[in-house]
Design a binder for this molecule. Structure first.
Ligand code: KG4
Ligand code: ZN
Length: 337
C-alpha cells in the first residue's frame, strides 16, 4: 500500500511517499528555519504563509522523486494535531483537497505518534509493545506503546518540554534558534561539572519531568555573570546544562522500564538526536540488558516519511477521516478516534 503523506505542524513543509509503513520511496522537507532564526523562534503567521506558498511544490516533488503519480497512491495521510493551528490547517486542507479530487481515503495522523513511527522506518524489525521516550520541542513524555495505535502515558513534563528548555537556555547565551542542536555541539567541548544544576523531581510522580526550574537556574547563572561583567564560559554552561537535562530524561525513562518490566526501549522526537542522550541511553540499556532503538538522526526532526509510516498503521486500524477533518492545536497522544 502506497501512502502520500503531508506534514506542516511547525516550521517544516514536508511530503513523502511510503510503502507499507516501512519503505520510504521519497521524502521532501522544505525548512523555514533560516527565516524564523531572524526572530529567535517560530513566528506562527510566517510559518502558515510559507507552508501555503510551498506545499504544492513539495507534494509534487515527493511524487516525482518516488517515480509515482496520484493514480498509484492508495491513501493520503496528514498531520492533523498537535501543532501550530494555522500551520496544521495548510496541510490538512491540502490533503482534504487531494482526497476529494482523487477519492482516496484521508488518514489523520497525530504528530507525536508519527515521531514514534520514525523508528519503524529505521528499524524494520521493531514492533510494539515497547516503552518510548518522546522528546520534541513541545512535548516530553514517557509512553507505553501497546500497539501501533494504542498508547498509554506513563510520565509527562509538568511545565517546559526538553527541547523548549534547550532552545531557551541556548537563546540566553545568544545561540540562534533552534538552539538545541548547536548547544549539543558546543557542549562537546565543555566541562560538564563546571556548574552545579538541579535535577528537579516531581513529588509522588517518579516518571514525570519538570524542566522549568532547571532552565531558570541556568538562565540565572548566565544573568548573574553578565551583571558582574564576567565572560560566560559558554562551552561549560552548555555541557553542564545538557548533562542535567539528559540525566533527568534517562533516570526517569530507565526507572519506568525497570518498574514496568519492559525491556524494549525506544526514543522519538527532535531531542532524541542529542548526542549525550544517545550515549547515556546506550550505556544504561547495555548495563540493564535492554534493547534500545533510536531513529536515524535524519528522521529525528520533523518530516513526512514518519507520517506515512504511522498513517499506514492508523489506516489498518480503521482510522480514516471524512472531509470535515479539522486541525487541532492540542490532542493527547493516547486519544481514541
Ligand atoms: O520533534 P521536533 O523536530 O519538533 C517538534 O515536534 O517540536 O523537535 C524540535 C526540538 C527543538 O527544540 C530542537 O532544539 C531540539 O528538538 N533538538 C535538539 C537536538 N536536535 C534538535 N535538542 C538537543 N540536542 C539536539 N541534538
Ligand atoms: Zn515534531
Amino acid at each position: 500500500m502506497k501512502i502520500l503523506s503531508i506534514e506542516s505542524s511547525c516550521d517544516e513543509t514536508a511530503a513523502a511517499v511510503v510503502e507499507d509503513g516501512r519503505e520510504v520511496l521519497s521524502s521532501i522537507v522544505a525548512s523555514q528555519v533560516e527565516e524564523h532564526k531572524l526572530y529567535g523562534g517560530v513566528v506562527p503567521e510566517i510559518a502558515s504563509r510559507r507552508h501555503a506558498e510551498c506545499i504544492t511544490e513539495v507534494v509534487n516533488e515527493a511524487l516525482k522523486s518516488a517515480d509515482t503519480t496520484l493514480d498509484e497512491i492508495d491513501a493520503i495521510a496528514v498531520t492533523h494535531a498537535p501543532g501550530l493551528i494555522g500551520a496544521l490547517l495548510v496541510g490538512v486542507n491540502f490533503a482534504k483537497g487531494l482526497s476529494l479530487a482523487t477519492q482516496k481515503p484521508l488518514v489523520p495522523v497525530h504528530h507525536l505518534r508519527s515521531h514514534i513511527a520514525a523508528n519503524y522506518i529505521s528499524h524494520k524489525e521493531l514492533k510494539p509493545p515497547f516503552l518510548c521516550l518522546v522528546v520534541s520541542g513541545g512535548h516530553s513524555h514517557i509512553v507505553m506503546v501497546e500497539s501501533y495505535t494504542k498508547m498509554r502515558i506513563i510520565g509527562r513534563t509538568r511545565d517546559d518540554a526538553a527541547g523548549e528548555a534547550f532552545d531557551k537556555a541556548a537563546r540566553t547565551m545568544g545561540i540562534p534558534y533552534p538552539g538545541g542542536i548547536m548547544l549539543d555541539k558546543i557542549a562537546e567541548k565543555g566541562n560538564d561539572s563546571a556548574f552545579t544544576l538541579p535535577r528537579p523531581k516531581v513529588d509522588d510522580a517518579p516518571y514525570d519531568f519538570s524542566f522549568s526550574g532547571l532552565k531558570t537556574a541556568v538562565i540565572n547563572i548566565i544573568h548573574n555573570m553578565e551583571q558582574k561583567g564576567e565572560e560566560i564560559p559558554v562551552e561549560d554552561v552548555c555541557a553542564s546544562f545538557r548533562k542535567a537535562v539528559v540525566s533527568c530524561l534517562s533516570t526517569n525513562f530507565i526507572k519506568a522500564a525497570k518498574d514496568l518490566s519492559v525491556t524494549t526501549l525506544v526514543t522519538a522526537g527532535g531531542v532524541s538526536a542529542n548526542s549525550l542522550l544517545r550515549k547515556e541511553l546506550t550505556r544504561e540499556c547495555e548495563e540493564n540488558g535492554f534493547s534500545l532503538y533510536m531513529p536515524d538522526i535524519k528522521l529525528c526532526g520533523d518530516n513526512a516519511a514518519m507520517v506515512g509510516s504511522q498513517g499506514y498503521y492508523e489506516y489498518l486500524s480503521g482510522n480514516v477521516a471524512s472531509l470535515d477533518l479539522n486541525a487541532t492545536a492540542t490532542l493527547p497522544i493516547d486519544y481514541r478516534e
